[in-house]
Design a protein around this ligand. Structure first.
Ligand SMILES: [Zn+2]
Length: 120
């Protein structure tokens, strides 16, 4: 991967990160706005599950931001784009679709197969 390609992916990741941060801010404000207590127990239950869902989303977004930060430091260290399992180049096409990918297609496929087997 050359410097231009690294800069390209860095830009994509920075953009994703700022998008996610905006989302998280919005969630916090929405939750503050909706902090009304409903009299109807049904409303209250659905509000509670809404909040639980929001919190789960936020948790996922936080993890993704962390992942993006890690990926950006890999780019800066010149270690970006290699499979962390077998060390081959992940490939520009795959990174284009998923800039935070840390496994090559083969390792990812194997990984998913293993997870499926474990889940059985
Ligand atoms: Zn691999």
């Amino acid at each position: 991967m050359n410097a231009k390609q690294r800069a390209h992916f860095r830009k994509i990741l920075e953009a994703q990160k700022s998008e996610l941060s905006k989302d998280i801010d919005r969630t916090v404000h929405t939750m503050q706005d909706e902090a009304t207590v409903f009299a109807d127990p049904n409303d209250r239950a659905s509000q509670e599950s809404d909040i639980a869902l929001e919190l789960r989303n936020r948790d996922r977004e936080r993890k993704l931001i962390k992942k993006i930060d890690e990926t950006i430091s890999e780019i800066d260290a010149g270690e970006y784009g290699y499979c962390e399992n077998c060390g081959v180049e992940i490939g520009l096409k795959r990174l284009e679709a998923r800039p935070t990918a840390t496994l090559c297609f083969d390792c990812k496929t194997l990984d998913e197969l293993r997870e499926k087997q474990l889940a059985k």
